[in-house]
Design a binder for this molecule. Structure first.
Ligand code: MD3
Ligand code: FE
Length: 212
């Protein structure tokens, strides 16, 4: 027999169409974080307001042709950073190519993201259970990269009331969501206090999306 069933590098199925790759981008982490720093120098992290008037606990920014926005008028993608009124920084080719490779490795060939949402969680921040449905083409997957402090990913089902799996996400982990799981409810539990050598007291999550 072969050892393939025990290959720790192989994608782990989380749900139909959803795959976890533990540590898949550890080797690339320093390069990715350097590129992220150049993006956030142009479009800084900010905590946005929800349509209901709450300030999100995670700070966000974007790069790409559009960025994800929330304010009192709703959730949407827009071509400009409202803080500067300039276009979002371009999606660095290194990142879009990497996201395409990661999607292909989980069975989604041809993924060409046009937006990357960058979330920054300090200890105490969380993200409530939600669906990602502001993208025009829901047949494209979402590729997620986690860095820094670990957090509990909450992963439900197609309905808000479905039971949730709690999956720890660590520095360098990659998750690819597509197919039936693309509209599953998900969130992030409160990030515990801590320090990570690469990022200090913070967790970063990058999600690559085809929004247009
Ligand atoms: C499952 N971000 O930005 S990434 C988000 O870690 C978001 O910051 C979380 O949820 C974070 O919208 C989780 C994992 C993720 C992203 C998109 C999904 C899981 C998903 C779309 C469908 C199903
Ligand atoms: Fe989400």
């Amino acid at each position: 027999m072969t050892w393939d069933l025990f290959d720790s590098d192989a994608p782990l199925p989380l749900a139909p169409g959803a795959w976890l790759r533990r540590g898949r981008v550890l080797a690339e982490a320093a390069d990715i974080l350097a590129v992220v720093a150049s993006v956030t120098a142009q479009a800084p992290f900010r905590r946005m307001e929800t349509p209901g008037g709450f300030t999100m606990s995670a700070a966000m920014t974007s790069c790409g042709r559009v960025g994800w926005l929330t304010d009192r008028s709703g959730y949407r993608y827009g071509p400009r950073d409202p803080l500067s009124d300039r276009p979002w920084p371009p999606l660095p080719p290194f990142l879009s190519t990497l996201a395409g490779t990661l999607a292909a490795e989980s069975g989604y060939p041809g993924f060409q993201p046009d937006s990357c949402l960058i979330n920054r969680y300090e200890p105490g921040a969380r993200m409530a259970l939600h669906q990602d449905k502001d993208e025009r083409d829901l047949s494209a997957p979402i590729v997620s990269l986690s860095f820094g402090l670990s957090a509990r990913f909450l992963f439900g089902g197609a309905r808000r009331g479905d039971p949730t799996q709690k999956i720890p996400l660590h520095h360098g982990d990659v998750v690819v969501w597509g197919g039936p799981s693309r509209l599953f409810f998900h969130g992030i539990g409160t990030v515990p206090k801590g320090h990570h050598p690469a990022l200090g007291a913070a967790r970063l999550n990058l999600t690559f999306r085809k929004a247009l």
